[in-house]
Design a protein around this ligand. Structure first.
Ligand code: BG6
Length: 282
C-alpha cells in the first residue's frame, strides 16, 4: 500500500505529494498552490519546472502551474500576475481512492492582500490526479459585502521535447491579442500553431479542447469556464533575460494557459466562480 497523500519538501519548501496506485504522481507547492510536477500513470513528466527556479518562499516559482489571481499579467495596477502565486496557501482537504487522489488548498484575504486589493475573498485550488488526467480547478468566492472583478489564469508550463517540433491544434480562426507585437489584434490562420520565435498571445473565445501534438505523443487540454487561452514562449532573447531559466529552457517548455482576461469576472457579494483546466496525456 502506498501513502497516497504525503507532505514533503522540495528545495526546502513544503509540498503535497499525490499518488495513485496506477502510478500517477503530482507535487503541489503550498507556496502559490502551484502544481510543480505531474506524471500520468505509466507516463513521463508532463510539466516543465525550470532547473533554475527559485524556492525562497517569496519569489514566484518558474514552472508547473502558477495561479494568476486576481490579475493576469500587467492587466491592472497589481504586481504582475496578481499575488496568489506568491502567497502561502493552506491545505483544507485531501482524499484518495483506488484510482484518484485529490487535494484542495485555500487562500483568504488578509491585511497584506487587502493592502494591494481591498476585497474580501476566498480562493480554493483543487488538484486531482488519476490515470492519464490532471484536473486543476480554481474557485473564487466573494466573502465581502461589495462587488469585485478580477482576471485570472492557470499558467501551465508544459514540458515538451523540442518546442520547434510541436503543433498546437484547435486555435484556427480565433482572434488573438498579440502581446509580442504591440498588443495588436490578429486572426489565427494556421491549422496547427508552430513555435519558432517569441509567442505571447491571448486567444479569445477558445474552444474547450486544444491538442498539443508532438512526435509519438500528444496532450489534450480541456478548459472550462476560462474563455481565453494564452500561449507563451519567451524564445531565446527573452529567456536569456529570465534569471530563473537556463539559456535553452525555452526549447523544453510551452505555456498553454487557461485564462479569463478579455472580460473580467464580476462577483457580487456572496457569489462564486470556478474555472478548470484538465490535461490528458495521450
Ligand atoms: O515572468 P512571469 O511574471 O512569470 O510572466 C511570464 C509570462 O506570462 C505570460 O502569461 C504572459 O503572457 C507573458 O507576457 C509573461 O512574460
Amino acid at each position: 500500500m502506498i501513502d497516497q497523500i504525503e507532505t514533503a519538501e522540495l528545495h526546502g519548501q513544503p509540498v503535497l505529494k499525490l499518488q495513485t496506485p496506477d502510478g500517477a504522481v503530482a507535487l503541489i507547492s503550498l507556496f502559490g498552490a502551484q502544481v510543480l510536477s505531474w506524471t500520468p500513470a505509466g507516463g513521463e513528466e508532463r510539466l516543465y519546472l525550470s532547473p533554475q527556479a527559485i524556492f525562497d518562499g517569496s519569489t514566484p516559482i518558474r514552472g508547473g502551474t502558477p495561479v494568476c489571481f486576481p490579475q493576469f499579467a500587467g492587466e491592472g495596477p497589481l504586481p504582475k500576475h496578481g499575488f496568489a502565486r506568491n502567497r502561502a496557501w493552506r491545505v483544507v482537504s485531501s482524499r484518495a481512492g483506488k484510482d484518484y487522489a485529490v487535494a484542495t488548498l485555500r487562500l483568504e484575504d488578509d491585511a497584506a492582500t487587502r493592502a494591494l486589493w481591498p476585497h474580501a475573498f476566498a480562493a480554493e485550488m483543487s488538484v486531482s490526479i488519476g490515470g492519464d488526467r490532471l484536473d486543476m480547478e480554481l474557485a473564487v468566492e466573494n466573502t465581502g459585502d461589495t462587488a469585485f472583478s478580477f482576471t485570472a489564469a492557470l499558467h501551465t508550463y508544459l514540458k515538451v521535447r523540442e518546442v520547434e517540433s510541436l503543433r498546437i491544434e484547435g486555435l484556427r480562426g480565433l482572434e488573438y491579442r498579440d502581446s509580442a507585437d504591440g498588443d495588436t489584434f490578429k486572426k489565427e490562420t494556421g491549422v496547427g500553431v508552430m513555435i519558432d520565435d517569441e509567442v505571447d498571445r491571448i486567444y479569445h473565445g477558445a474552444p474547450q479542447t486544444i491538442l498539443v501534438r508532438e512526435d509519438h505523443r500528444a496532450l489534450g487540454i480541456h478548459n472550462e469556464n476560462f474563455p481565453d487561452v494564452v500561449v507563451w514562449n519567451p524564445w531565446e532573447h527573452k529567456c536569456a533575460q529570465l534569471a530563473d531559466m537556463p539559456a535553452d529552457g525555452f526549447r523544453r517548455m510551452l505555456c498553454v494557459e487557461a485564462a479569463a482576461v478579455k472580460t473580467p469576472i464580476e462577483l457580487a457579494p456572496g457569489a462564486d466562480w470556478w474555472g478548470r483546466q484538465t490535461l490528458v496525456a495521450m
